[in-house]
Ligand binder design. Structure first.
Ligand code: IMP
Length: 414
């Protein structure tokens, strides 16, 4: 078995799906291991647009198997909608889409709780996607959660739903209705049930691609806590969220050529000015799940070195380089200046420190040319190549893929 991981190395939205889509061509199985329908991405193939929230985009290749591992949290109603929308575009699911029985279910009450926590001024507002992700993972850890495999055991399911309702002080009179809806959804999804650890263990001659959602700076342990998502977004999340425990052969870290963030939390290189607006407009930086405008800023190599380290990345996929065409100069932050004017290249663990650091930039000359049709690295403008080389030099990792547009063929492989 050969394995590749594609992992977001910033605050999500690094255009991982595009890289997964390109690399899925070489693989047999695409596996998601964390997160839920808080993720969102659009893939363009030819002139057709496909929107994904839960299902790995590998499903677009008719010969690939796609999997949701035990670490993924599943809103069954949204999953059915997504499957139906793809089926209506002639995508086949039978015998090539599987869900681990252990994956937790996002209930309507999780979404309600997510919204409520976000409104509660006593809580720190995280700016979540309000898809119920945090409350669902909390219930998993509180051992009150409901798992995919439970949907097919009606009496047990009823006990579990009653239990979770009383745990959250929800009116128990609604239990029967929720059980009915879950059972109905379960009937539609049962064909996809699988023991994924055994399945992956038996795929000895296959190439497996692990598709990360969100990004390392949103990791529940290593991200900018509490402004994070509730799952393990880094490489360590793969065995936890799939049961596949062998070494990953190739870890591809995905970075945008600039940085973005949605939701609250510190962002040292954020540009609250015309340059930030220009990046947002040029890069169409609006959330695909919530439509929120993304906060935009320069490439942060201090954060990037940290996320390369905690993911153990072997190579970099640098995306959206085309968006940086037309800037007189482009900046890379390679140090943070602390309150006492000392410089550091260590990413602080504390949000208080991260809030007050000042970025120290290397300023590089920009390039005017539209690079979106360039297929070879050598054909890029000199200054664009210099920008990529500078990132490699600082991170000491090769940039092996450069993406210059949303389409599959707008990709430079080095
Ligand atoms: P949650 O995952 O909905 O609980 O949101 C927690 C934080 O993660 C918020 O700041 C969200 O904006 C952010 N987040 C969640 N999913 C994504 C994503 O796919 N891209 C970017 N940010 C995300």
């Amino acid at each position: 078995m050969y394995s590749t991981a594609v992992l977001g190395c910033a605050w999500g939205d690094e255009a991982k799906a595009k890289i997964v889509d390109v690399l899925a061509g070489e693989s047999d199985i695409v596996v998601r291991f964390q997160g839920g329908n808080n993720a969102g991405h659009t893939i363009k193939v030819g002139n057709e647009k496909f929107v994904f929230h839960l299902i790995p985009s590998g499903i677009l290749y008719p010969d690939k198997i796609c999997i949701l591992g035990s670490g993924v949290v599943i809103d069954p109603f949204k999953l059915i909608e997504e499957i139906d929308a793809l089926k209506s575009k002639n995508i086949i699911f039978k015998n090539r889409f599987f869900i681990d029985a252990r994956a937790h279910i996002v209930l309507p009450l999780h979404k309600e709780l997510d919204g409520k926590y976000e409104q509660n001024s006593k809580q720190t507002r995280i700016g979540t996607t309000k898809r119920g992700i945090g409350p669902c993972y909390s219930d998993a850890y509180a051992r009150t959660g409901i798992r995919f495999g439970d949907l097919f055991k009606t009496d047990y399911l009823k006990n579990r739903v009653s239990n979770i309702f009383s745990y959250h002080n929800y009116p128990v009179k609604e239990v029967d209705l929720v059980v009915k809806k879950l059972t109905k959804a379960g009937k539609q999804l049962e064909q996809y049930l699988k023991q994924i650890p055994y399945f992956l263990d038996e795929c000895t001659d296959k190439h497996v691609l692990f598709e990360g959602a969100q990004g390392a700076l949103l990791d529940i342990n290593f991200g900018t806590y509490p402004f994070v998502t509730s799952s393990h977004t880094i490489a360590g999340g793969i065995p936890i969220g799939t049961g596949y425990a062998k070494k990953i052969d190739r870890v591809v870290g995905v970075f945008k050529s600039y940085y973005t963030r949605v939701g609250e939390g510190p962002f040292p290189t954020e540009l609250n000015n015309e340059t930030g607006n220009k990046i947002r407009t040029r890069g169409n930086e609006f959330g695909s799940t919530t439509g929120r405008p993304r906060r935009c800023g320069w490439f942060d190599a201090v954060a990037a070195k940290y996320t390369s380290m905690i993911n153990g990345i072997d190579e970099i996929a640098l995306t959206l380089l085309d968006v940086l065409s037309g800037f007189e100069t482009v900046n890379i932050c390679n140090k943070y200046i602390l309150k006492n004017n000392e410089e550091t290249d260590e990413f602080p663990y504390s949000n208080f420190d991260l809030e007050i650091v000042k970025p120290k930039y290397i300023e590089l000359p920009g390039w005017e040319e539209d690079i979106s049709q360039i297929k070879n690295f050598d054909d890029l403008p000199k200054n664009a190549k210099q920008y990529v080389h500078k990132i490699e030099e600082i991170l000491k990792v090769k940039v092996s893929i450069v993406s210059v547009g949303a389409k599959r063929d707008q990709t430079i492989i080095r």
